[in-house]
Design a protein around this ligand. Sequence first.
Ligand SMILES: NC(=O)c1ccc[n+]([C@@H]2O[C@H](COP(=O)([O-])OP(=O)(O)OC[C@H]3O[C@@H](n4cnc5c(N)ncnc54)[C@H](O)[C@@H]3O)[C@@H](O)[C@H]2O)c1
Ligand SMILES: [Zn+2]
Length: 364
Amino acid sequence: MTARLELRHPAGRTTIRVGAGALDEPAPEVAAAIGGKLVFLVTSPAVAGLHAGRLAALEARAREWRRLDVPDGEEAKRLEVAQELWREMLEAGGKRDSSVVAFGGGTVGDLAGFVAAGFLRGIDYVQVPTTLLAQVDASVGGKTAVNLPEAKNSVGFFHHPAGVICDTSLLATLEPAELRSGLFEVVKIGAIQQPALLDAVAESLPRLLEGDAGALAPIVAAAVAAKIEVVEADPSESDRRRLLNFGHTLGHALESVFGYRGLRHGEAVGYGMLFALRLAERRGLDAAAARRVRELIRRIGLPPLGDFAIDELLERTARDKKARETGLAWVYPRALGDGRIDAAIDPAEIRATLAEFAADPWAG
Ligand SMILES: NC(=O)c1ccc[n+]([C@@H]2O[C@H](COP(=O)([O-])OP(=O)(O)OC[C@H]3O[C@@H](n4cnc5c(N)ncnc54)[C@H](O)[C@@H]3O)[C@@H](O)[C@H]2O)c1
Ligand SMILES: [Zn+2]
């Protein structure tokens, strides 16, 4: 059983299919984006080694299928890697009607989307996310990016894929830490938008942590549906879409302080949510609701947080690309399901709250 969702955006619509076996029955839009074309499969050797065989139904539709390997992780999201792909694509005869298939985690997806957006001013692409984080978040919404040494995600385009295929049976091979990391993004969307999702995660957590495709499918579908709602309301992230940054303002700073290796993105978001819940409790979120989210984060499981200097963390927070000229915005739920974007929090309060958080991230 697969679910079919649709995201409408300024350039058209994206079909998103979710479920165990979704790869075996490509949507007509996906078939059209690939059928009879020269298709560049952008993937990493690790992911292709595990799952390339699962792409048979897509590959069979292409006129020609060229695999382009990229490194795994943030190493993929570099301009040099994008340039290398563009050159290989030109060399292989890539044209405006060629397509890209992104097959990997959020890093491979962000890079492949960026490459598709830039090649000959933009060609079609299909996202086949293979991590939970990429299925519930990175592959949906049309944001593509590479990193510069100075700042993560600092160069990119909005370029929506023709289709997204979230086949949850790909997730069984993920390391438990990667599953946890993705679940924190689900908690994020549940807390600010859809509290029922928090219950759903709590109920099936043991199976989710085993990478059970059947248990994951409804969770991924619900998280994607919630993200679609936010993205459709604000496709270019001028306002409402910033709700998706719950846990991310501090999370990005933590990732940056720990050098993107000590802490996975989702784990940093887990800690970022714990921090933002403190701000939320002072602004109307009741203690029981905060406890419920905290408890779920604890059950999912975070690695210990290393030591950090508060001043350094504050400085990185201010540098976050989400900081606008109007100041830094913090996102938190006023009540569960009712996310707020708040640009008026006094820096002194942030500093004091960070000191408390550093002493005990879990306290309320
Ligand atoms: N574009 C967006 O809107 C958006 C949103 C959220 C995150 N992101 C980006 O996503 C990236 C993080 O993505 P991620 O968490 O997927 O990390 P990732 O791409 O680094 O993948 C994590 C690890 O999982 C491995 N892996 C992938 N699929 C696997 C599978 N099926 N089985 C076993 N191992 C597998 C990879 O080899 C890698 O080592 C960040 O760069 C972040 O900026 C983008
Ligand atoms: Zn995130």
